[in-house]
Design a protein around this ligand. Structure first.
Ligand SMILES: Cc1cc2nc3c(=O)[nH]c(=O)nc-3n(C[C@H](O)[C@H](O)[C@H](O)COP(=O)(O)O)c2cc1C
Length: 361
Protein backbone atom coordinates (compact mmCIF):
# COMPACT_ATOMS: atom_id res chain seq x y z
CA UNK A 1 0.00 0.00 0.00
CA UNK A 2 3.01 2.29 -0.11
CA UNK A 3 1.91 3.43 -3.51
CA UNK A 4 -1.53 4.55 -2.38
CA UNK A 5 -2.23 7.41 -4.69
CA UNK A 6 -5.87 8.29 -4.53
CA UNK A 7 -8.80 8.62 -2.22
CA UNK A 8 -10.52 5.80 -4.11
CA UNK A 9 -8.05 3.34 -2.60
CA UNK A 10 -8.72 4.55 0.93
CA UNK A 11 -9.51 1.58 3.16
CA UNK A 12 -7.99 2.32 6.55
CA UNK A 13 -7.02 5.25 8.73
CA UNK A 14 -3.37 4.44 8.02
CA UNK A 15 -4.16 4.99 4.33
CA UNK A 16 -5.65 8.35 5.30
CA UNK A 17 -2.41 9.21 7.10
CA UNK A 18 -0.37 8.57 3.95
CA UNK A 19 -2.70 10.65 1.79
CA UNK A 20 -2.52 13.51 4.30
CA UNK A 21 1.26 13.42 4.50
CA UNK A 22 1.40 13.69 0.71
CA UNK A 23 -1.06 16.61 0.76
CA UNK A 24 0.66 18.76 3.39
CA UNK A 25 3.90 20.75 3.40
CA UNK A 26 6.53 19.33 5.82
CA UNK A 27 6.12 22.02 8.49
CA UNK A 28 2.35 21.55 8.73
CA UNK A 29 2.88 17.79 8.76
CA UNK A 30 5.35 18.05 11.65
CA UNK A 31 2.71 19.88 13.71
CA UNK A 32 -0.12 17.50 12.90
CA UNK A 33 1.68 14.17 13.16
CA UNK A 34 4.43 14.87 15.68
CA UNK A 35 4.68 14.27 19.41
CA UNK A 36 6.87 15.48 22.25
CA UNK A 37 10.43 14.41 23.09
CA UNK A 38 11.42 11.04 21.67
CA UNK A 39 7.77 10.40 20.78
CA UNK A 40 7.67 7.41 23.12
CA UNK A 41 4.18 8.19 24.42
CA UNK A 42 3.01 8.83 20.86
CA UNK A 43 4.06 5.25 19.98
CA UNK A 44 2.83 3.73 23.25
CA UNK A 45 -0.67 5.10 22.70
CA UNK A 46 -1.01 2.82 19.69
CA UNK A 47 1.04 -0.09 21.02
CA UNK A 48 -1.19 -0.34 24.09
CA UNK A 49 -4.09 -1.40 21.87
CA UNK A 50 -2.09 -4.23 20.38
CA UNK A 51 -1.40 -5.64 23.85
CA UNK A 52 -5.13 -6.23 24.41
CA UNK A 53 -6.78 -9.39 23.15
CA UNK A 54 -10.48 -9.50 22.39
CA UNK A 55 -12.61 -12.28 23.86
CA UNK A 56 -15.47 -12.65 21.41
CA UNK A 57 -18.71 -14.53 21.95
CA UNK A 58 -20.43 -16.65 19.34
CA UNK A 59 -23.92 -17.67 18.30
CA UNK A 60 -25.43 -14.35 19.25
CA UNK A 61 -28.00 -12.91 16.82
CA UNK A 62 -26.18 -9.97 15.29
CA UNK A 63 -28.43 -9.54 12.27
CA UNK A 64 -29.15 -6.02 13.56
CA UNK A 65 -26.16 -4.11 14.93
CA UNK A 66 -26.21 -0.43 15.81
CA UNK A 67 -23.20 1.71 16.69
CA UNK A 68 -25.43 4.48 18.06
CA UNK A 69 -25.03 5.70 21.62
CA UNK A 70 -25.29 8.86 23.72
CA UNK A 71 -22.68 11.08 25.36
CA UNK A 72 -23.97 13.11 28.30
CA UNK A 73 -27.44 12.40 26.97
CA UNK A 74 -26.71 13.61 23.41
CA UNK A 75 -27.44 11.02 20.71
CA UNK A 76 -24.52 10.27 18.37
CA UNK A 77 -24.09 7.81 15.52
CA UNK A 78 -21.19 6.06 17.23
CA UNK A 79 -18.99 6.25 20.34
CA UNK A 80 -16.36 8.16 18.34
CA UNK A 81 -16.12 11.94 18.74
CA UNK A 82 -13.82 14.41 17.00
CA UNK A 83 -11.13 15.66 19.39
CA UNK A 84 -10.36 19.38 19.70
CA UNK A 85 -7.42 20.40 17.54
CA UNK A 86 -5.96 23.85 17.08
CA UNK A 87 -5.23 25.79 13.88
CA UNK A 88 -7.07 23.53 11.44
CA UNK A 89 -6.61 25.92 8.53
CA UNK A 90 -3.08 24.59 8.28
CA UNK A 91 -4.61 21.33 7.03
CA UNK A 92 -7.26 22.83 4.74
CA UNK A 93 -8.39 26.35 3.90
CA UNK A 94 -11.88 25.68 5.26
CA UNK A 95 -10.42 24.56 8.61
CA UNK A 96 -12.75 23.72 11.51
CA UNK A 97 -15.87 24.60 9.53
CA UNK A 98 -15.11 21.71 7.15
CA UNK A 99 -14.19 19.33 9.97
CA UNK A 100 -17.43 20.16 11.77
CA UNK A 101 -19.40 19.62 8.54
CA UNK A 102 -17.72 16.24 7.99
CA UNK A 103 -18.43 15.22 11.58
CA UNK A 104 -22.07 16.32 11.28
CA UNK A 105 -22.47 14.33 8.05
CA UNK A 106 -21.14 11.27 9.88
CA UNK A 107 -23.44 11.91 12.87
CA UNK A 108 -20.39 12.43 15.11
CA UNK A 109 -19.92 15.02 17.83
CA UNK A 110 -17.39 17.76 17.05
CA UNK A 111 -15.26 19.44 19.71
CA UNK A 112 -13.92 22.90 18.79
CA UNK A 113 -10.55 24.06 20.16
CA UNK A 114 -10.21 27.44 21.87
CA UNK A 115 -7.36 28.21 19.48
CA UNK A 116 -9.35 27.36 16.39
CA UNK A 117 -9.13 29.23 13.11
CA UNK A 118 -12.94 29.52 13.12
CA UNK A 119 -15.21 31.04 15.74
CA UNK A 120 -17.86 29.02 17.59
CA UNK A 121 -20.50 31.06 15.77
CA UNK A 122 -19.11 30.17 12.32
CA UNK A 123 -19.00 26.48 13.23
CA UNK A 124 -22.55 26.56 14.61
CA UNK A 125 -23.88 28.33 11.52
CA UNK A 126 -22.27 25.71 9.27
CA UNK A 127 -23.69 22.76 11.23
CA UNK A 128 -27.10 23.67 12.63
CA UNK A 129 -28.47 21.07 15.02
CA UNK A 130 -25.28 18.99 15.07
CA UNK A 131 -23.83 18.15 18.51
CA UNK A 132 -20.86 20.31 19.56
CA UNK A 133 -18.64 20.81 22.58
CA UNK A 134 -16.13 23.60 23.21
CA UNK A 135 -12.60 22.85 24.45
CA UNK A 136 -11.20 25.43 26.82
CA UNK A 137 -7.70 26.78 27.17
CA UNK A 138 -7.54 29.55 29.71
CA UNK A 139 -5.68 32.70 28.73
CA UNK A 140 -3.82 34.69 31.36
CA UNK A 141 -6.30 37.36 30.41
CA UNK A 142 -9.37 35.39 31.50
CA UNK A 143 -11.70 37.72 29.60
CA UNK A 144 -10.52 36.21 26.30
CA UNK A 145 -11.56 32.67 27.29
CA UNK A 146 -14.80 33.94 28.84
CA UNK A 147 -15.74 35.59 25.54
CA UNK A 148 -15.11 32.38 23.56
CA UNK A 149 -17.16 30.36 26.07
CA UNK A 150 -20.04 32.83 26.03
CA UNK A 151 -20.17 32.91 22.24
CA UNK A 152 -20.12 29.09 22.08
CA UNK A 153 -22.89 28.67 24.62
CA UNK A 154 -25.05 31.23 22.81
CA UNK A 155 -24.44 29.29 19.59
CA UNK A 156 -25.66 26.02 21.15
CA UNK A 157 -22.47 24.21 22.19
CA UNK A 158 -23.61 21.84 24.91
CA UNK A 159 -20.56 21.11 27.10
CA UNK A 160 -17.21 22.62 28.10
CA UNK A 161 -14.08 20.48 27.87
CA UNK A 162 -11.31 21.92 30.03
CA UNK A 163 -7.90 20.76 28.84
CA UNK A 164 -5.77 20.17 31.90
CA UNK A 165 -2.54 18.79 30.44
CA UNK A 166 -1.08 21.89 28.83
CA UNK A 167 0.13 24.10 31.70
CA UNK A 168 3.14 24.66 29.44
CA UNK A 169 3.78 23.56 25.85
CA UNK A 170 5.49 20.16 25.31
CA UNK A 171 8.93 19.87 23.74
CA UNK A 172 8.01 19.25 20.10
CA UNK A 173 11.24 18.65 18.25
CA UNK A 174 9.69 17.84 14.88
CA UNK A 175 8.10 21.29 14.88
CA UNK A 176 11.40 22.89 15.82
CA UNK A 177 13.23 21.07 13.03
CA UNK A 178 10.81 22.07 10.28
CA UNK A 179 10.50 25.60 11.63
CA UNK A 180 6.75 25.26 12.08
CA UNK A 181 5.07 28.38 13.38
CA UNK A 182 1.44 28.52 14.36
CA UNK A 183 -0.78 30.66 12.10
CA UNK A 184 -1.67 32.89 15.02
CA UNK A 185 -3.20 35.53 12.82
CA UNK A 186 -5.82 33.03 11.72
CA UNK A 187 -6.97 32.19 15.27
CA UNK A 188 -9.50 34.76 16.57
CA UNK A 189 -8.90 33.96 20.28
CA UNK A 190 -5.15 34.46 19.92
CA UNK A 191 -5.64 37.70 18.04
CA UNK A 192 -7.87 38.94 20.87
CA UNK A 193 -5.42 37.76 23.54
CA UNK A 194 -2.50 39.51 21.88
CA UNK A 195 -4.43 42.75 21.47
CA UNK A 196 -5.52 42.79 25.09
CA UNK A 197 -2.44 41.25 26.63
CA UNK A 198 0.37 43.22 24.96
CA UNK A 199 2.29 40.17 23.79
CA UNK A 200 6.06 40.08 23.98
CA UNK A 201 7.94 40.10 20.71
CA UNK A 202 8.96 36.67 19.50
CA UNK A 203 6.77 34.88 22.05
CA UNK A 204 5.25 31.48 21.39
CA UNK A 205 1.53 31.92 20.87
CA UNK A 206 0.66 29.57 23.70
CA UNK A 207 2.71 31.66 26.15
CA UNK A 208 -0.47 33.67 26.38
CA UNK A 209 -2.10 30.76 28.21
CA UNK A 210 -2.39 30.54 31.99
CA UNK A 211 0.02 28.07 33.60
CA UNK A 212 -1.26 28.67 37.13
CA UNK A 213 -4.64 26.93 36.85
CA UNK A 214 -5.79 24.69 39.69
CA UNK A 215 -8.80 22.46 40.38
CA UNK A 216 -10.85 25.38 41.71
CA UNK A 217 -11.24 26.51 38.09
CA UNK A 218 -13.38 23.43 37.39
CA UNK A 219 -15.73 24.49 40.18
CA UNK A 220 -15.71 28.04 38.84
CA UNK A 221 -16.79 26.81 35.40
CA UNK A 222 -19.51 24.65 36.96
CA UNK A 223 -20.84 27.58 38.92
CA UNK A 224 -20.72 30.11 36.11
CA UNK A 225 -22.18 28.13 33.26
CA UNK A 226 -25.19 25.94 32.97
CA UNK A 227 -23.62 23.11 30.92
CA UNK A 228 -21.65 20.01 31.91
CA UNK A 229 -17.90 20.36 32.42
CA UNK A 230 -15.53 17.65 31.18
CA UNK A 231 -11.87 17.52 32.25
CA UNK A 232 -9.54 16.39 29.46
CA UNK A 233 -5.98 15.19 29.83
CA UNK A 234 -5.68 13.20 33.03
CA UNK A 235 -4.25 9.69 33.45
CA UNK A 236 -4.54 8.82 37.15
CA UNK A 237 -7.20 7.66 39.60
CA UNK A 238 -6.08 10.47 41.94
CA UNK A 239 -6.92 13.17 39.41
CA UNK A 240 -10.13 11.41 38.40
CA UNK A 241 -11.32 11.62 42.01
CA UNK A 242 -10.42 15.32 42.15
CA UNK A 243 -12.32 15.90 38.92
CA UNK A 244 -15.41 14.30 40.47
CA UNK A 245 -14.98 16.27 43.68
CA UNK A 246 -14.97 19.47 41.66
CA UNK A 247 -18.12 18.57 39.77
CA UNK A 248 -16.91 17.19 36.43
CA UNK A 249 -19.60 15.32 34.49
CA UNK A 250 -17.02 13.69 32.24
CA UNK A 251 -13.32 12.86 32.05
CA UNK A 252 -11.17 12.38 28.96
CA UNK A 253 -8.32 10.01 29.74
CA UNK A 254 -5.69 11.51 27.47
CA UNK A 255 -2.04 12.49 27.25
CA UNK A 256 -2.76 14.98 24.45
CA UNK A 257 -1.87 12.43 21.79
CA UNK A 258 1.71 12.13 23.06
CA UNK A 259 2.30 15.85 22.44
CA UNK A 260 2.94 16.95 26.02
CA UNK A 261 4.82 14.82 28.60
CA UNK A 262 6.90 12.28 26.71
CA UNK A 263 7.18 9.07 28.73
CA UNK A 264 3.62 9.52 30.00
CA UNK A 265 1.57 6.37 30.36
CA UNK A 266 -0.43 5.34 27.28
CA UNK A 267 -4.01 6.50 27.63
CA UNK A 268 -5.43 3.00 27.16
CA UNK A 269 -3.17 1.74 29.93
CA UNK A 270 -4.45 4.47 32.25
CA UNK A 271 -8.12 3.87 31.42
CA UNK A 272 -8.88 0.97 33.84
CA UNK A 273 -7.72 2.81 36.96
CA UNK A 274 -9.72 5.90 36.04
CA UNK A 275 -12.83 3.85 35.28
CA UNK A 276 -12.47 2.04 38.59
CA UNK A 277 -12.05 5.28 40.57
CA UNK A 278 -14.97 6.99 38.83
CA UNK A 279 -17.21 3.98 39.40
CA UNK A 280 -20.04 5.23 37.18
CA UNK A 281 -20.24 8.73 38.71
CA UNK A 282 -19.21 10.45 35.45
CA UNK A 283 -18.73 9.43 31.85
CA UNK A 284 -15.17 8.42 31.00
CA UNK A 285 -13.81 8.93 27.50
CA UNK A 286 -10.41 8.11 26.03
CA UNK A 287 -8.25 9.51 23.28
CA UNK A 288 -4.81 8.73 21.88
CA UNK A 289 -3.93 6.20 19.21
CA UNK A 290 -7.43 5.10 18.21
CA UNK A 291 -7.11 4.04 14.58
CA UNK A 292 -9.38 0.99 14.22
CA UNK A 293 -12.92 -0.02 15.02
CA UNK A 294 -11.41 -2.76 17.16
CA UNK A 295 -9.55 -0.05 19.13
CA UNK A 296 -12.89 1.63 19.84
CA UNK A 297 -14.32 -1.71 20.98
CA UNK A 298 -11.29 -2.30 23.21
CA UNK A 299 -11.72 1.09 24.89
CA UNK A 300 -15.43 0.40 25.41
CA UNK A 301 -14.58 -2.98 26.96
CA UNK A 302 -12.21 -1.27 29.40
CA UNK A 303 -14.99 1.09 30.46
CA UNK A 304 -14.92 4.11 28.14
CA UNK A 305 -18.27 5.56 27.16
CA UNK A 306 -16.72 6.80 23.89
CA UNK A 307 -13.39 7.68 22.33
CA UNK A 308 -12.15 10.80 20.59
CA UNK A 309 -10.03 10.76 17.47
CA UNK A 310 -7.58 13.54 16.81
CA UNK A 311 -5.08 13.21 13.99
CA UNK A 312 -7.23 10.92 11.81
CA UNK A 313 -9.85 13.67 11.47
CA UNK A 314 -7.15 16.10 10.39
CA UNK A 315 -5.84 13.54 7.90
CA UNK A 316 -9.28 13.45 6.31
CA UNK A 317 -9.47 17.23 6.35
CA UNK A 318 -6.05 17.53 4.73
CA UNK A 319 -6.74 15.27 1.77
CA UNK A 320 -10.43 15.85 1.27
CA UNK A 321 -11.94 18.71 3.32
CA UNK A 322 -15.35 17.95 4.87
CA UNK A 323 -15.78 14.92 2.61
CA UNK A 324 -12.43 13.50 3.76
CA UNK A 325 -13.42 13.88 7.42
CA UNK A 326 -16.72 12.15 6.72
CA UNK A 327 -14.87 9.32 4.92
CA UNK A 328 -12.43 8.75 7.80
CA UNK A 329 -15.25 8.70 10.35
CA UNK A 330 -17.27 6.41 8.06
CA UNK A 331 -14.39 3.91 7.97
CA UNK A 332 -14.24 3.88 11.78
CA UNK A 333 -18.00 3.46 12.04
CA UNK A 334 -18.05 0.56 9.57
CA UNK A 335 -15.09 -1.09 11.32
CA UNK A 336 -16.78 -0.69 14.69
CA UNK A 337 -20.02 -2.18 13.40
CA UNK A 338 -18.07 -5.15 12.07
CA UNK A 339 -16.14 -5.52 15.34
CA UNK A 340 -19.34 -5.40 17.41
CA UNK A 341 -20.94 -8.13 15.30
CA UNK A 342 -17.85 -10.34 15.53
CA UNK A 343 -17.63 -9.77 19.30
CA UNK A 344 -21.23 -10.94 19.61
CA UNK A 345 -22.53 -7.49 20.55
CA UNK A 346 -25.54 -5.71 19.08
CA UNK A 347 -24.64 -2.27 20.42
CA UNK A 348 -21.86 -0.41 22.24
CA UNK A 349 -23.74 -1.01 25.49
CA UNK A 350 -23.30 -4.78 25.06
CA UNK A 351 -19.49 -4.51 25.21
CA UNK A 352 -18.21 -5.41 28.68
CA UNK A 353 -14.97 -5.97 30.55
CA UNK A 354 -15.29 -9.65 29.71
CA UNK A 355 -14.67 -8.85 26.04
CA UNK A 356 -11.02 -8.01 26.57
CA UNK A 357 -8.07 -9.81 28.03
CA UNK A 358 -4.96 -7.93 29.07
CA UNK A 359 -3.18 -11.05 30.30
CA UNK A 360 0.39 -11.33 29.01
CA UNK A 361 0.95 -14.30 26.73
C1 LIG B 1 -2.64 19.01 15.49
C2 LIG B 1 -3.21 18.80 16.86
C3 LIG B 1 -3.68 19.90 17.57
C4 LIG B 1 -4.23 19.72 18.84
N1 LIG B 1 -4.76 20.80 19.50
C5 LIG B 1 -5.42 20.60 20.66
C6 LIG B 1 -6.13 21.67 21.27
O1 LIG B 1 -6.18 22.80 20.76
N2 LIG B 1 -6.76 21.41 22.45
C7 LIG B 1 -6.75 20.18 23.04
O2 LIG B 1 -7.33 19.98 24.10
N3 LIG B 1 -6.10 19.14 22.46
C8 LIG B 1 -5.46 19.32 21.28
N4 LIG B 1 -4.85 18.25 20.68
C9 LIG B 1 -4.95 16.91 21.29
C10 LIG B 1 -6.22 16.16 20.81
O3 LIG B 1 -7.38 16.76 21.30
C11 LIG B 1 -6.22 14.69 21.26
O4 LIG B 1 -6.02 14.63 22.65
C12 LIG B 1 -5.16 13.82 20.56
O5 LIG B 1 -4.95 14.25 19.24
C13 LIG B 1 -5.63 12.37 20.55
O6 LIG B 1 -4.67 11.54 19.99
P1 LIG B 1 -4.73 11.00 18.46
O7 LIG B 1 -4.29 12.15 17.61
O8 LIG B 1 -3.76 9.88 18.49
O9 LIG B 1 -6.14 10.57 18.16
C14 LIG B 1 -4.29 18.42 19.42
C15 LIG B 1 -3.80 17.33 18.69
C16 LIG B 1 -3.29 17.50 17.42
C17 LIG B 1 -2.82 16.30 16.65
Amino acid sequence: MDTLSSVDELLTLDDAERLAEAALPPDAWSYVAGGAGDERTLRWNREAFSRCRLRYRVLVDVSEVSTETTVLGTPVSMPVLVAPMAFQQIAHEEGEVATARGAAAAGALFCLSTVATATPREVAEATPGAPKWLQIYVFRDRGVSDAVIEQALEAGFSALVLTADLPVYGRRHREARTGFTAPEDAAPALIAARKRGGARAGHHSLDLLESGLEWSYVTELRERYDVPVIVKGLVTAEDALLALEHGAAGIVVSNHGGRQLDGAIASLEALPEVVEAVDGRAEVYLDGGVRRGTDVATALALGARAVLVGRPALYGLAFGGAKGVEQVLGILRDELENALALLGCRSPADVTRAHVSTAKL
